[in-house]
Design a protein around this ligand. Structure first.
Ligand SMILES: Cc1ncc(COP(=O)(O)O)c(C=O)c1O
Length: 358
C-alpha cells in the first residue's frame, strides 16, 4: 500500500485560469506555456486539458515539444529557447515546432540548413539573457530577407524582466523599446507578455500572449496571491499524518532541535519532505491545513517528513490528510514562507509524488 502523499490536479481550475488569461489578453491570442513538465503538473495532462482551447503551446526545449506530440496534439509548439543543434531545424520543419532564434549561431544554422521551419526572432529589450539588441534588428532582418527560410518568420518575441513588480518602470521601457524596434515590419506578429503582463493595466499584449504560472493558479505579481488575482489553484498537495504525539514543554522536535515546545503541544508527523520537493526552507509557522482548518509547521523539514502543530485540530488522527498547499493554504503563501516563488515550488515536486486528476 503506497503512502497517501499526492499532488491532486484540478483540470477545471486550469481551464478556468486559461479563460481568465484569454479575457485579460483582449485581442491577443494566448499560447499556453507548458514547459518544465507543465510547471510540475504533467505536460501531457496539461496539454490535453487545454487542447480544445489553446491554439499554440510554448515550451523551453524540443524534447518538451515532442512530449506534446506524444500526447497526441497537433497545435504548433513554440520553442522559447530556440534549438540547441542545427539538425533540430529539420524536426521543427517536420513537426510544426516554432523555435525562437536568439543568437548568431542559430541564424547560421538556419542559413546553412536548407530547412524551412516557422520561427520567431528574439529581441533583447532589456532582460539581457537572450536575443538580438533592438539596434541590431535591421541588420539581422536584412540578412534573413536573403534566405529562403525568411518566409517562415512569424514575428518577434521579447520577455519582461520586472513585470511582477507593479512599481517598476522597466516594463514600459521594454515595451516602448520593443514597439520601436519592430515598427518597420508591421505585417509580422509580436509577443511580449508573460502572466504578469496580463495584470498590468493598459499593457499591450500585441498578437500573442504567453502566460505560464497564472494557468496553474500561481501569482505572477509580487505581494498578491493567485486567488487575490482571480486565479484558481490547480495543484493541491496532500500527505497523511503518520503519527501524533504530545511533545512536552522543553522538548524539541526534529533535526537541529530547531523547535522547542514552550508548553505541552500536540504534534503530528506528515509523510512529505524535501525529497518530495516540499521546500526545506519552509520553517516554523509555515501554514498547512487539515479539513479546511489552518495549522502550522514546526521545526525543520526532513527528507521524508515534516512536523505540524495540531493544537488547532486536536481530534486529528493518523491517516488524516494534511493539505500542504491548495485551496485553504495558497502555494504563494508557502513560497513566501520559504523565501521563494510559487514557480519553484510547483516545478520542484519530485517524481516520487504521484499526480492525480480529480
Ligand atoms: C520567454 C518566456 N515567456 C513566457 C514565460 C511564462 O512566464 P510566466 O510563468 O511568468 O507567465 C516564460 C517563463 O519563464 C518565459 O521564459
Amino acid at each position: 500500500m503506497p503512502r497517501n502523499t499526492a499532488a491532486y490536479i484540478d483540470l477545471n481550475a486550469l481551464r478556468a485560469n486559461y479563460r481568465t488569461a484569454c479575457e485579460r489578453a483582449g485581442d491577443a491570442r494566448v499560447m499556453a506555456v507548458v514547459k518544465a513538465d507543465g510547471y510540475g503538473h504533467g505536460i501531457a495532462r496539461i496539454a490535453s486539458a487545454l487542447a480544445d482551447m489553446a491554439p499554440k503551446y510554448a515550451v523551453a526545449c524540443i524534447e518538451e515539444a515532442f512530449a506534446i506530440r506524444a500526447a497526441g496534439h497537433a497545435q504548433p509548439v513554440v520553442l522559447l529557447q530556440g534549438v540547441h543543434a542545427a539538425e533540430d531545424l529539420a524536426d521543427c520543419a517536420k513537426s510544426q515546432f516554432e523555435p525562437v532564434l536568439h543568437g548568431e549561431h542559430q541564424l547560421q544554422w538556419l542559413e546553412q540548413s536548407g530547412q524551412l521551419p516557422a520561427f520567431w526572432l528574439k529581441v533583447n529589450t532589456g532582460m539581457n539573457r537572450l536575443g538580438f539588441r533592438s539596434e541590431e534588428l535591421s541588420e539581422v532582418m536584412a540578412r534573413l530577407e536573403k534566405m529562403p527560410a525568411f518566409h517562415g518568420l512569424q514575428g518577434f518575441v521579447s520577455h519582461f524582466a520586472c513585470a511582477d513588480d507593479a512599481g517598476s518602470a522597466m516594463t514600459s521601457v521594454q515595451t516602448a523599446n520593443f514597439e520601436a524596434a519592430t515598427l518597420p515590419w508591421p505585417s509580422l506578429m509580436r509577443s511580449v507578455g508573460n502572466s504578469a503582463a496580463h495584470f498590468i493595466p493598459g499593457q499591450p499584449l500585441f498578437d500573442w500572449s504567453r502566460p505560464g504560472v497564472m494557468l496553474y493558479g500561481g501569482s505572477p505579481i509580487v505581494g498578491k496571491t493567485g486567488p487575490e488575482l482571480g486565479l484558481e489553484p490547480v495543484m493541491t498537495l496532500e500527505a497523511p499524518l503518520i503519527t501524533t504525539r504530545t511533545v512536552r514543554a522543553g522538548e524539541s522536535v526534529g533535526y537541529g532541535a530547531a523547535w522547542v515546545a514552550e508548553r505541552d503541544t500536540l504534534m503530528g508527523m506528515v509523510a512529505i519532505g524535501y525529497g518530495d520537493g516540499y521546500p526545506r526552507h519552509a520553517g516554523t509557522g509555515t501554514p498547512a491545513a487539515i479539513g479546511g482548518r489552518r495549522i502550522r509547521l514546526i521545526g525543520r523539514v526532513s527528507m521524508d517528513m515534516l512536523a505540524v502543530d495540531l493544537s488547532n485540530v486536536p481530534e486529528a488522527r493518523e491517516g488524516d490528510l494534511v493539505e500542504l498547499w491548495g485551496r485553504t493554504v495558497g502555494v504563494d503563501e508557502v513560497a513566501s514562507c520559504a523565501g521563494t516563488i510559487s514557480y519553484e515550488l510547483l516545478t520542484g515536486i519530485t517524481s516520487r509524488v504521484p499526480r492525480i486528476c480529480r
